[in-house]
Design a protein around this ligand. Structure first.
Ligand code: 5GP
Ligand code: ZN
Length: 112
């Protein structure tokens, strides 16, 4: 499958890695929208949040555990935002489930 995040997860395309285990990978976004902007992905291919099922949702829980650990390590005391864009109207540009973690600037009142 021609999926850029599957290739990053497989180590075929380089990334600035923050964290990795058997199930997930966290890496810095190539085009950051905030002073802190990293992505957390499952290593197995899930197309988007629409494809989360009872059969694959355990990795999503794990992703949120990893986000809690990483944001604590990065000392993001002022807060952070977790976003997943799903589908065309949300502007999803990579069709492999990923959670953006944004921090380091005021993120409200905008939702995006
Ligand atoms: P989306 O628009 O699908 O919610 O988010 C995709 C994100 O992936 C974008 O923020 C984009 O900058 C990032 N991205 C796309 N290609 C690459 C890449 O090859 N490496 C990294 N590190 N980030 C990427
Ligand atoms: Zn993929």
């Amino acid at each position: 499958m021609d999926c850029i995040f599957c290739k990053i997860a497989a180590g075929e395309i380089p990334c600035k890695k923050l964290y990795e285990d058997e199930q997930v990978l966290a890496f810095h976004d190539i085009d950051p929208k905030a002073p802190v902007h990293f992505l957390v992905i499952p290593k197995t291919h899930i197309g988007s949040a629409s494809e989360i099922t009872s059969g694959n949702s355990a990795v999503v829980a794990h992703i949120f555990e990893v986000i809690a650990k990483l944001t604590a390590q990065l000392d993001l005391k002022n807060g952070y935002r977790v976003v997943t864009n799903c589908g065309k109207d949300a502007g999803q540009s990579v069709e492999h489930l990923h959670f953006h973690v944004l921090a380091g600037r005021l993120l409200y009142p905008d939702m995006a």
